[in-house]
Structure formats: C-alpha cells, structure tokens
Design a protein around this ligand. Sequence first.
Ligand SMILES: Cc1cc2nc3c(=O)[nH]c(=O)nc-3n(C[C@H](O)[C@H](O)[C@H](O)COP(=O)(O)OP(=O)(O)OC[C@H]3O[C@@H](n4cnc5c(N)ncnc54)[C@H](O)[C@@H]3O)c2cc1C
Length: 479
Amino acid sequence: MYQFWVSICFPKSYHSNLNRDNTLMVKQQNNDNNLHHVVIVGGGFGGLYAAQKLGKAPVKVTLIDKRNFHVFQPLLYQVATGGLSPADISSPLRALLSKNKNTEVLMGEVTQIDPERQTVKMRYREIKYDSLILATGVTQKYFNNNWEEKAPGLKTIENAIEIRRRVFIAFESAEKEPNPERRKDWLTFVLVGGGPAGVELAGALAELAHGTLKEDFRNIETSEAKIILLQGPQYILPAYPPHLSLKAQKSLEKLGVTVKTGVRVTDITGQLVTYRDGDTLEQIRTRTVLWTAGMKASPVANMLADCAEAQLDKAGRVIVEPDFHLAKYNNIFVIGDLAHYPDGKGAILPGIAPVAMQEGEYVARLICKRLQKRPLKPFKYVDWGNLAVIGKHQAVVDMGWLKLSGFLAWFVWLFIHVFYLLEFDNKLIVMIQWAWSYFTESKGARLITTPGKDPEIELEDDHETIIYQAASVQASNVS
Ligand SMILES: Cc1cc2nc3c(=O)[nH]c(=O)nc-3n(C[C@H](O)[C@H](O)[C@H](O)COP(=O)(O)OP(=O)(O)OC[C@H]3O[C@@H](n4cnc5c(N)ncnc54)[C@H](O)[C@@H]3O)c2cc1C
C-alpha cells in the first residue's frame, strides 16, 4: 500500500531509489561523489566539533540529528527556572554549519546501523558512509523505576520547559490554595541527585523562590518554599575533592536548600517522595519532584552491541579503542558521553562538554590523516578541570593545580561559559540577558507553556470547586 502511494506521489527517479524494504537511499547533494563521506550522528558538543573541524577538509560531511538545533546543556537549568529562554541557549545546526560548503545537515533519528553495508538508517532514509562518527550522548536513567512522568529529568530543552512548567504551576497553585497543608505541598520542591545539574538547579530554584518571586504573589510567601536536595553518596558533587563538595553544600544551605546526603529514594508518587536514610524510611509531601540522578547511554549503544559486537560498560557506554573506533570496525567511531574511554589513571573520561569537543576534533583529524596515509599522535585529553555553579556569585572550581570556591570560582565559571557561548550567533544578546537576570534577579522567561497540555487540570488532581477569597491587599493612595 505504501509503495502504491509512493509511486503516485513521487517522480520516477526518486522512486527508483527505493530499497527492497521501502527505504529511500538519500541522494547526496554534494557534486563530488568520489569524496570520502563522513556521516556524523548527533549534533551535540562532540558531533558539532567534529563537523566543524571537517568543514575545510577534502571530504563530504552529513550531520544527522533528531533535533534541528544544538543545545548548550550547561545552561539548561537557567531555562528550567525562567532565567533564559530556550532559544537563548540553542542554535540551529544549519546556521552553525552554513559556512562549511562540504557539509549537509539532515534532521532525523538514526534507528539502525549496518556496518557491513556501511549504512545508517533513519525512518525511511538510508545513507551510505565511508566513516561514521556516533555522538548521540546519554539519556536519563531511573534505575528500573517508572518515574519518568513523575520526576522529569534535565537533559533536553523539552525537559527544561517541562520543569519550568511544573515549577511555575506549583507557585500558581499555591497562590490559589486555601488549605495550608496543601499549600505547603505545592511549595515543596524535591530534587533527586546532587551532581552538577542537581546542585545548579537547586541553587537557581532557591534564588527564584527566596529572591526573584518574593514580591509577585499576594497569598503566599514564596520565601517559605522548601527546596530539598536528596543525594545517594555521602557528598554532593562527588567528582570534586571532599572539601570543595562540603563548601558547595554550605553555599547551597546558605541559599536555603536542605541537603540530605547518603539517602536513597525508594518511591515517588504524585504527592509523596519516600527515601531510605540508614535504617529508617522517611517521606516528604511534595507536588514537584525533579530528577538529576543518573544517566545511561543513548539507545545507539545497544544498536552497536547488536550489529557490531561492541562491548558496553555498566552504564551502557560503548568501550572504544584508543583511537575511538570499534574493535571490529575501524571506520566507526564513538565519542562524547556515549563513549567509555579510559583516562589513563584508572578511571574513565567524564561526561562533560570539553571531553566531547576534544574527542570530536581528534576523530575529525584522524580521518583526514588516514586519507593522507599519515599517522596521528595518540589522543591526550587536556583537562581544564571541573566547574559547577551554585547560585549567584557562588561556584566551585577544581583545576587540579587550582581549587576555588565562592565568588572567584563563580567568576572563572562565568568567563569559561562566555568563552564557549562565543559559538553562538546570539551570544551578545544572551550575555546581556543573562547578566541582566543575574544582577537584577529578574527572570523574564517565567512562562508556563506546553502545547497540548492543560496545565491546571493536569497537575491539580482534586477538582472540587473552592470558593476563592481574594487576597487582602494594601490600597495605594490615589492622588
Ligand atoms: C543539565 C546539564 C548540565 C551540564 N553542565 C555541564 C557543565 O557545566 N560543564 C560541562 O562541561 N558539561 C556539562 N554537561 C555535560 C555536557 O553537556 C555533555 O557532556 C555533552 O553535551 C556531551 O556531548 P555529546 O556530543 O556526547 O552529546 P550531546 O551533547 O548530548 O548530544 C547528543 C546529540 O545526539 C542527538 N541524538 C541522540 N540520539 C540520536 C539519534 N538516534 N539520531 C539522531 N540524533 C540523535 C541529540 O538530539 C543530541 O543533539 C551538562 C549536561 C547536562 C544535561
């Protein structure tokens, strides 16, 4: 049936590109079809940097991503708390790569890889490659629990918009809620996971509730909102030395965040979070739970395990050879968060942006060197250290030789983020907006928007009608 409609709708030449399984072979736009064809899957930090590096190389490049934009993930927490708009931290992939005339961008999700035929498949498209770079990153991990709906994570722009929706609905609902207990539930925010994303989000939520929103409501004191951060290990920010983790915890507590470490969440319902603290089970009544606890490799890793005998680690990441290729196929490279790459000191390289960028650039260079039949020095990661922001003017920085916390660390964090944002077309506007929101505490993007969802009905489960009493307000003198 599908073939019948295709034969009517598409011209013959297009139709003749159909494979037996109804897949369209994408006709390459580039004129020189003899050029080595590099297909990159994923336009995050790893894929984008690989594509940019190949922009002037004598190859043709196809970058495929299921979204048509690149996201600056380190600032997702700002979108989730209304400090920045989604477009401020995203940039269209086409625009970012428009100057690279050897590069095409295709929007689509890769669902299959055939290493023998050297093809990747999107829904009804199949593309041949000579070299394949996979940089599809990671997704949230809920440790076999079905909590995705109850506790959204912070990994994509869509996640950040959903968190923003839930956070601002919580304040709106509390404002209308006459029952003090239920009002408290709306004003309690629980975050699960005290890594960098959890810490940044908790700090920003505390500033929002205890600062930005203070004057905006009539029936509630937003400063009474409780922000509780639950962390499994003994320290938050476990990748940092313990003394910096403790400083970060103190900074969070100063902002009004309650931090509980060494606890394990055992259940999440619409109104309750249950966690184990030693031998006791504790419960928190809340309407808003946010998940920043774990990551697992994107489904592309399992595809590679099936089709290319790739070995996966416990987190599902692909174990790669020293040059980032697969043991069985040396023209398939895996980079960024998706890759398991030893750091030479007994651990693996962390899932952070600089690792993905450097790996992307290295693999791009390696492909060019191979074409020239010249060797390339082994990959060496240049470690610029770890940074996490805790709130306005507070951060922790661990550069090995330099360990900082407080304002100076925040300044370093700011400088580095500005530097990376230079990739973006709208950098100046973002910086001005960002600086404005930092120094004035205004968060202009406090919008509740999610098409197709009725925010009120969806989150407020008891539908009995309550007679609303307007707040008593102070009348201003009219002169
Ligand atoms: C909230 C948050 C805060 C962070 N903060 C920091 C920070 O402060 N500093 C830092 O260094 N790092 C930070 N990171 C980590 C950093 O963002 C990642 O390490 C980095 O993005 C990894 O790059 P990547 O290219 O491997 O994957 P990603 O950047 O995640 O890109 C993966 C891309 O692949 C696409 N994709 C996935 N599957 C498919 C498919 N099947 N077909 C087509 N396309 C697909 C996705 O749409 C996405 O564009 C943060 C991450 C998060 C989530």
